[in-house]
Write a protein that binds this ligand. Sequence first.
Ligand code: ADP
Length: 371
Amino acid sequence: MGVTQQQVLDSLSKIKSPRGVALTNANVLSAVVVNDGKVFFSINVDAAEARAWESVRAQAESAVRAIPGVTTALVALTAERKPGAAPSGRAGGVKPEAAHRPPQGDTSPMSRQAEIPGVGAVIAVASGKGGVGKSTTALNLALGLRDLGLKVGLLDADIYGPSIPRLTGIHERPELNADRKMIPIKRFGLAVMSIGFLVEEEMAMIWRGPMVMSAITQMLRDVEWGTLDVLVVDMPPGTGDAQLTLAQNVPLKGAVIVSTPQDLSLIDARRGLAMFRKVDVPVLGIVENMSYFQCPHCGTRSDIFGHGGARLEAERLGVPFLGEIPLHMEIRSTSDAGNPVVESEPDGPHAAVYRAIATKVRDQLKGVVAA
Ligand code: ADP
């Protein structure tokens, strides 16, 4: 028989909250979502109390994981600041204007920018809007870094539309190790983790900002990443509060911004740049994707979108230009078939482009990454 919501609530009723009453009576629980052995809920408390609640969150997670039949338990602690309270580096919903401040008096249990043991550098791949090829770029960049001899992980944090399962052809679920940490799936020599391995897309959609943030933070920390030189994070598209909070809470060494040549997305790329600057994350550079059309039959190149805009923009903004990737059927078909082009056509021209981009990224991480 499947796990029921009542079983989860029964196990939570045995946990005492810092307020002295049972967790289930403390008026802090969100709806408990139970789906096919996977359990998700959040504990919502005031930011000032957050530290005291972290051990309760951990106890709740262990208690739920101990219920027979539970395969995954993600318990998020979301700390809301009372109106008028002093700003702090809290877990979720950070106001943009407060975001660039140093984390003074940080009451967040997920203390900002804490390193992930064993992981050399975490880098974000971001875009101002969806559909520009961010995930395709993130995966092929990860493979390019692998080809440079680095140990690479890929975390799909695009909670609103996780596409890494499709792009990698991974359909299995991660297993748990003896410490109940999730073991990333190995594919193409990469350690891969995606929220899409755990939840259906529809469920991810109903999550609210703070819960999304906490889930991603847990995916960073409750996953047995092992030793990695670089962990590439495929960010959710856009530059709203959720992205800003993520950029602020993940210990990023740098960010790569993917843009298409059209003006509109360049404006969006500029916003991405401003966002990372706000949280003091260096922008490693801009990639122009779908930069020009290369005819698959005759090889003729057509600059159908007025290519070159991203390079100029990068120069204007004083950030490195990492390279231009053509709009090509092969990139699309290999991506969508779960066999990315750097893997399936390692000697082809597209793989060379991605590897050149990876080299520029690696060079900028020198000193952080030993290779
Ligand atoms: P995003 O992560 O920005 O939403 P995706 O990486 O999922 O974008 O890409 C969107 C679609 O565009 C996918 O079908 C992908 O295969 C395709 N695509 C991405 N980059 C290219 C490219 N350079 N040439 C052709 N198709 C591409």
